[in-house]
Design a protein. Structure first.
Length: 559
């Protein structure tokens, strides 16, 4: 009996290391027994035809027809009718984008030729990976492929035989059942449940009912953590919030087609996420970019808000998400007044408190954080160096660092507080952001932003405030502004200002009393295309006794 108790203790899941537990669960999911369980209940077709409300890119579809695969700034050119499944991808990120079928809608936008090409690629994928593969049948690639194949079912239906149609639906059900039990990234639990519920709402008969019930239960449990009360996604990424909104809109539509109302949590999340999208949308129609996400195409934002039930006015702040919006005099600014996202989203979180995203005269000038492909951010850009914020030496706020995890580099940091105080009048809006992320180095950080509505200029002040006993000699600091791709910049001869132009027109000048002003190159990915960009850097030295202060002003260039 004692031996039995010891053996039982040895195999308790809660006592296994997370990485080992994940490995054990994934190995079980690769067994023939698990694969066999995915085949039931037997499918009897689709009861509804789910739709993806994301706008398609016909030009991208034409490139795919020509055999040009472009994902995350990387390209694989196979020529018409090429086989992408039996060759190595340029990178893991590229392979994930290939296997997630996120390009299916672009192909379908080209008409029947694109639909036939999609059918060919699906049949080829099924021949190579349909029996199971750890990479293709797990993580984000599995999640997005299930969604994209489900929403492609209707345009493919006229092209398939009865046998192919039955196989398509059966395969879709198998992958969705596999997805609903996926021991994947906890930060994508709501997304996985929403996609599985979409398939459950679409399948006819007991097969759909069983999957829908299970997935909706998971979704209702996960949405309150994934969607904050003010509509900011739990990851604090505006792009992640937009993408989850699209998934929920598709789910709501599929349930409606089947005559079933959406759960209250789903309807509430749609309303909240819509408000969040309005908060982050700048005058160029695109999102403010934070936490490693891209700004998304303007057409994408318009499509997401087409059914918005709000009053249309963007909120000025997100209390729970920690963001603030300032607007007037031709200047729009969204500022990050919070800290990195909670533990569930640590695999994508960025340590960039105080970052700002700015548009002037309807054109993007500064990005809040370096743009990346789907949140896939290189390690160095997940710290202050990747944000439009202050960086102190080589350290990260809260002694932050990236640690290994089964879901990619995980941001860990000691807890620290961030506060934001806002005041506004008819003449100006003032925002003060403070955080203690570098208190271990002997400094608190304060960023003051003052938007003069009449003059149409933004004044900023960044301060390192010495606290406690001096712990170090003088430290280098840099106030970084990530220039959006396409913004031209020229440093003045006195190195005290920079002239900035976005797409021609009136220039804007950023002046400061920093010791030095310089430009640094950085890579950016915008809409899947790699583009060159720059970072405007104001730098100096912080005294362990007196700290440091830099004042800067952004205004139209009068010269």
């Amino acid at each position: 009996m004692a031996e039995a108790r010891v053996l039982a203790w040895l195999v308790r899941p809660q006592d296994l290391a997370p990485a080992l537990l994940l490995r054990v669960r994934r190995e079980w999911r690769a067994t023939p027994i698990h694969r066999l369980s995915l085949a039931s209940p037997k499918t009897s077709g689709l009861a509804v035809r789910p739709r993806d409300f994301r706008p398609a890119d016909r030009a991208a579809g034409e490139r795919l027809l020509a055999g040009q695969y472009r994902f995350g700034g990387e390209t694989m050119d196979l020529g018409p009718g090429g086989d992408p499944w039996r060759r190595a991808s340029p990178s893991r990120r590229f392979a994930e984008a290939l296997h997630d079928f996120g390009w299916a809608g672009d192909l379908l936008a080209t008409g029947e030729p694109g639909a036939r090409e999609l059918l060919r690629l699906w049949l080829d994928w099924r021949a190579v990976f349909g029996g199971g593969n750890e990479f293709a049948w797990s993580g984000r690639a599995l999640e997005r492929r299930v969604f994209n194949l489900a929403t492609a079912a209707e345009p493919l239906a006229p092209l398939v035989s009865d046998a192919e149609g039955a196989s398509f639906v059966a395969d879709l059900a198998r992958q969705a059942r596999h997805l609903v039990g996926e021991p994947g990234d906890p930060g994508r639990a709501a997304e996985r449940a929403a996609v599985a519920a979409l398939v459950g709402a679409s399948l006819a008969g007991p097969a759909g009912e069983a999957l829908r019930k299970r997935a909706l239960g998971q979704l209702e449990q996960g949405l309150p953590q994934s969607v904050l009360r003010d509509g900011v996604h739990g990851s604090r990424s505006p792009e992640r919030g937009l993408e989850l909104l699209f998934d929920l809109l598709s789910l709501d539509d599929a349930l409606s087609q089947g005559g079933a109302p959406s759960p209250v949590e789903v309807s509430r999340a749609i309303d909240r996420l819509s408000a969040g999208v309005r908060l982050f949308t700048l005058a160029d129609g695109r999102l403010a970019a934070f936490q490693g996400g891209e700004p998304a195409a303007a057409a994408r934002v318009v499509a997401a808000l087409a059914l918005d039930r709000g009053d249309g006015a963007p909120p000025t702040s997100a209390t729970y998400g920690g963001y603030h919006r300032l607007e007037g005099g031709g200047v729009q600014l969204v500022a990050d007044g919070g800290v990195q996202a909670a533990a569930a989203w640590a695999s994508t979180a960025c340590a960039q408190p105080g970052a700002v995203s700015i548009a002037v005269d309807g054109k993007r000038l500064f990005a809040g954080s370096a743009w990346s492909a789907g949140g896939d951010v290189s390690a160095d850009l997940r710290g202050p160096a990747g944000g439009s914020c202050l960086a102190l030496g080589d350290s990260w706020p809260g002694r932050g660092a990236l640690a290994r995890s089964p879901f990619g580099p995980r941001l860990s940091a000691t807890p620290f507080e961030a506060t934001a105080m806002r005041n506004e009048s008819d003449e100006a809006v003032w925002l003060e952001i403070a955080h203690g992320g570098w208190r271990s180095l002997g400094f608190d950080v304060q960023r003051r932003l003052y938007l003069d509505l009449a003059a149409g200029e933004l004044r900023g002040e960044d301060m390192l405030i010495a606290v406690g006993r001096p712990r170090h000699a003088r430290l280098d600091f840099a106030i970084r502004f990530q220039l959006a791709p396409g913004v031209a910049a020229q440093i003045a001869n006195d190195a005290k200002s920079a002239l900035l132009r976005s797409g021609g027109g009136v220039g804007w000048r950023l002046r400061s009393d920093a010791a030095d002003t310089r430009l640094e190159p950085v890579a950016a990915v915008d809409g899947g295309e790699a583009r060159a960009a720059q970072v405007l850097v104001l730098s100096g030295l912080a005294s362990p006794a007196d700290g440091a202060r830099v004042r800067w002003k952004l205004s139209r260039d009068e010269g």
